[in-house]
Design a protein around this ligand. Structure first.
Ligand code: C2E
Ligand code: CA
Ligand code: CA
Ligand code: CA
Length: 279
């Protein structure tokens, strides 16, 4: 038994060490990665299924790590949030997304809005609104083509201060989407205190929407609520035709998900904009 315990302990501590080392390695290399241009954005189309047209795109962050390969945001965003790197990284994401969108517009492609994810930590940043304003100024993108996506919990973390910032963004003409809607906060009263323009129905309700009556009911309620409050509503994580049909039957016509396209690199997204989606 003792032998067994010792083995377990060794196994455990070796595994812990790997985790700790991996974390340290990521944290160190993160700081160099911006200069080394290892970060890049992929874009996922947002579709109006009535026309089949792309009406927007979500910019999603990727990291081509020199040793660890391609990393998705779930591998490193939480670290960047812990160590403060999310501030320069978040600004880089916004700048890259706005610059790309402006370049596509200048090239004569159909103008679409670009949605950028904001971390709650970026709200702690001094003058988030000024940072965003200067990115728009520098890139020349008109504010109507930018949307920021924020989760309910990020908004509520510092509700009063965030309301002030978000109202400034609204005055600038920037759209505000609530990400992962339905998963975060139990009270809905915040909806009237914030200048929200769009609700994003979380993927977890969409997944079983055609088989699970509870998920279907929640989705229908969110859609009805958006209509009453005169907000746009978009469903994320749409993977199948029956999911699409259910949602559009219930008057949710904006969608995003693998059925239409995975998130793709910039060149490929430009091709989708030119040639349209096939789904
Ligand atoms: P999110 O904002 O909810 O983004 C949607 C995620 O769902 C993306 O994962 C996307 O690739 C994935 N997805 C899209 N369509 C489908 C589908 O049909 N089925 C399934 N199963 N998944 C789908 P990704 O790119 O790995 O991003 C994960 C999360 O990382 C994002 O969740 C977002 O919270 C965060 N994130 C991504 N980019 C950024 C960024 O630039 N800044 C910050 N702060 N967070 C980011
Ligand atoms: Ca999002
Ligand atoms: Ca989401
Ligand atoms: Ca999410």
């Amino acid at each position: 038994a003792k032998e067994q315990d010792r083995n377990n302990f060794q196994f455990f501590s070796r595994e812990m060490n790997t985790k700790v080392l991996e974390r340290m390695m990521l944290e160190t290399s993160m700081r160099k990665a911006l200069d080394r241009e290892e970060f890049f954005l992929v874009y996922q189309p947002q579709v109006d299924v009535r026309s089949g047209r792309i009406i927007g795109m979500e910019a999603l962050l990727r990291w081509q790590h020199p040793d660890m390969g391609l990393l998705g945001p779930d591998k490193f965003i939480y670290l960047a949030e812990d160590n403060g790197f999310i501030i320069p990284l978040g600004e880089w994401v916004l700048r890259a997304a706005c610059k790309q969108n402006k370049a596509w517009q200048d090239a004569g492609l159909t103008p679409v809005r670009v949605a950028v994810n904001l971390s709650s930590k970026q709200f702690g940043q001094q003058r988030l609104d000024e940072m965003i304003a200067s990115v728009l100024m520098d890139t020349g993108l008109e504010p109507q083509w930018l949307e920021v996506e924020i989760t309910e919990s990020a908004i509520m973390k510092n509700a009063e201060q965030n309301a002030t910032i978000l109202h400034k963004l609204k005055e600038m003409g920037i759209a505000l989407a609530i990400d992962d809607f339905g998963t975060g906060y139990s009270s809905l009263s915040y909806l009237k205190h914030f200048p929200i323009t769009r609700l994003k129905i979380d993927r977890s309700f969409v997944r079983d929407i055609t088989t699970n009556p509870d998920d279907a009911a929640i989705a229908e309620i969110i859609i009805a609520m958006a209509q009453t409050l005169k907000l746009n509503v978009i469903a994320e994580g749409v993977e199948t035709r029956p999911q699409m049909e259910f949602l559009s039957f219930h008057n949710c016509v904006e969608m995003q998900g693998y059925l239409f396209s995975r998130p793709v690199p910039a060149e490929e997204f430009a091709r989708l904009l030119r040639e349209g989606l096939k789904y």
